[in-house]
Every structure is written in structure tokens, then in C-alpha cells.
Design a protein around this ligand. Structure first.
Ligand code: FPP
Length: 251
């Protein structure tokens, strides 16, 4: 799709085109709960409400791809109760929300190492992917048991296997070929990365895909994130000049 037609600007004062692909590091659930004297899991529960709001807003804004970082390969280091609580919440959310997502035209895909997850979790994920497969408004990627370095290592292994089987020549391994072996194969790279709660790091998220992505960090804690915060981020993005390593467009 030509860049000019992507995510058409809805407000008259918007300058550039909107992003086609938005990725979000949903941070601050724990702090949100702590500030209220609640257990951390209540922050994650409130975070799920923010996920619902954000998906609805993304559909309304005409975003084509939304990638949410739900659980990283490093999150296993958290207390067992928090990890179990998070997975229970995710299961509840996916099972309860699948029909609604399908009716909104949302196609769900899970990114990450799913073979390491319990069989019940894999089954829930597969059911959701199948039930939403015909959605064509918004592609929702949920990164679960996901790590950026592990994703690149996995792609390297897949390519090495093809070379060993003489299905591929070493010199055919290009950036395009490597990208085709990532979980995001066939999708555009994110145009905009939003991180909530003020931290300034990538946390092993989409390391390959974020090479030229515009970064937007807000102090808002994830459970407080609303459609209006998404609009603010999109407006900031539209003011950016993207150069992809080139020089400013003086024309
Ligand atoms: C970071 O906050 C958040 C997480 C590790 C989990 C995010 C998951 C959800 C909001 C549920 C997602 C569900 C779906 C279906 C996409 P934190 O606990 O690191 O917060 P802190 O930095 O304040 O401690």
C-alpha cells in the first residue's frame, strides 16, 4: 500500500499519514496497583481493560497492525503467583473476547515460542487464531513468551537448516530472507512504538523490526492508557519526519 494512503488522517490539523503498524510495550501495571495498595495482579487486570480500549481505538483510527507485548521470555523470572495469575487472565481474556474481536474484524496472531507453553495455553491460542482468521480491519499481534533475540536466533536456525538441506545458498540469506523467517513474516515493520510508564528501553521487543521505528514514550501507566492517549501518540507520530537513514526532504 502506498505510504500516502495508510491510516488516513482523520483530523484536519494532522500533517503526515498515520502509522500502519503500531507496537506497544504496555508497562506500569505493577506501579498502578502499588499506588493503590493493591496486589500486582490487579494492575494486570486493569491493564486488560486498557487492552480492550486500545484495540477499539485502533480499529476506529484505521490502524492495520497492532502488536502488544503481553509476556516476554524474561517475565518467567517474576514470582510464580504473578506468572500464573497473568496466564489465567490472558486465558480468560482470549476466551471471553474472541467472538467480540471477530465481530470487530480483528485478526489475532500470537508471536513467540508457543511450544514452550502449556498445552492448554497453545490450544486457547490456536482456537482464537482460527476463529478470527478472516478479520480484515485490524491485525492484532499478541507477543507472548516472546523475546527479540530468541526470534532472530530462531530465524538463523531455520535458515541454517535450509542451507544444510541445500534448499538455500548462503549468499541468498539477505535481510528480506531473514525477515521472512521472523514471527512477523509478511507484515510491515512497526512505524510507531509506544512505551507507557516512562521507561526508556526496548526490553528485547521486536529488535529486528524496530530498526527505523519512531519511538514515543508516555508517563501514563498502562492501566490508565485510553483512546485519547493513543490519539496523542498518533498526532506526535504524524509530525515526525521519517528519513530511514537518508537526509531531510527539502522538496
Ligand atoms: C508490564 O507491567 C506489563 C506486563 C509484564 C504484562 C502486560 C500484560 C497485560 C496488560 C495483559 C495483556 C493481555 C493481552 C491479551 C494482550 P509491569 O508489571 O512490569 O509494571 P511495573 O513496571 O510497574 O512493575
Amino acid at each position: 500500500m502506498p505510504r500516502e494512503t495508510r491510516g488516513e488522517a482523520k483530523n484536519a490539523h494532522n500533517k503526515g499519514p498515520g502509522p500502519e503498524h503500531v507496537a506497544i510495550i504496555m508497562d506500569g501495571n505493577g506501579r498502578w496497583a502499588q499506588a493503590r495498595g493493591l496486589p500486582r495482579i490487579m494492575g494486570h487486570r486493569a491493564g486488560l481493560e486498557a487492552v480492550r480500549r486500545t484495540i477499539r481505538a485502533a480499529v476506529e483510527q484505521g490502524i492495520k497492525y497492532l502488536t502488544l507485548f503481553a509476556f516476554s521470555t524474561e517475565n518467567w523470572r517474576r514470582p510464580r503467583l504473578e506468572v500464573e495469575g497473568l496466564f489465567t487472565l490472558l486465558k480468560e481474556y482470549v476466551e471471553k473476547e474472541t467472538a467480540e474481536l471477530a465481530s470487530q474484524g480483528v485478526r489475532v496472531r500470537f508471536l513467540g515460542e508457543r511450544n514452550d507453553l502449556p498445552a492448554w495455553a497453545q490450544a486457547v491460542m490456536e482456537r482464537c487464531e482460527k476463529a478470527t482468521a478472516s478479520g480484515n480491519h485490524l491485525n492484532l499481534n499478541i507477543a507472548l513468551n516472546y523475546g527479540g533475540r530468541a526470534e532472530i536466533v530462531r530465524a538463523a536456525q531455520l535458515l541454517a537448516k535450509k542451507v544444510a538441506a541445500q534448499a538455500l545458498q548462503p549468499e541468498d540469506i539477505t535481510a528480506t530472507e531473514l525477515a521472512a523467517h521472523l514471527y512477523t513474516s509478511g507484515m510491515p515493520d512497526p512505524d510507531l512504538l509506544i512505551r507507557t510508564s516512562g521507561e526508556l528501553r526496548l526490553s528485547n521487543f521486536l529488535l529486528w523490526q524496530l530498526a527505523y521505528t519512531e519511538l514515543y514514550v508516555t508517563q501514563v501507566l498502562w492501566p490508565d492508557f485510553t483512546g485519547s492517549d493513543l490519539s496523542t501518540a498518533l498526532a506526535a507520530y504524524r509530525k515526525r519526519e521519517r528519513r530511514y537513514g537518508g537526509i531531510a526532504n527539502k522538496g
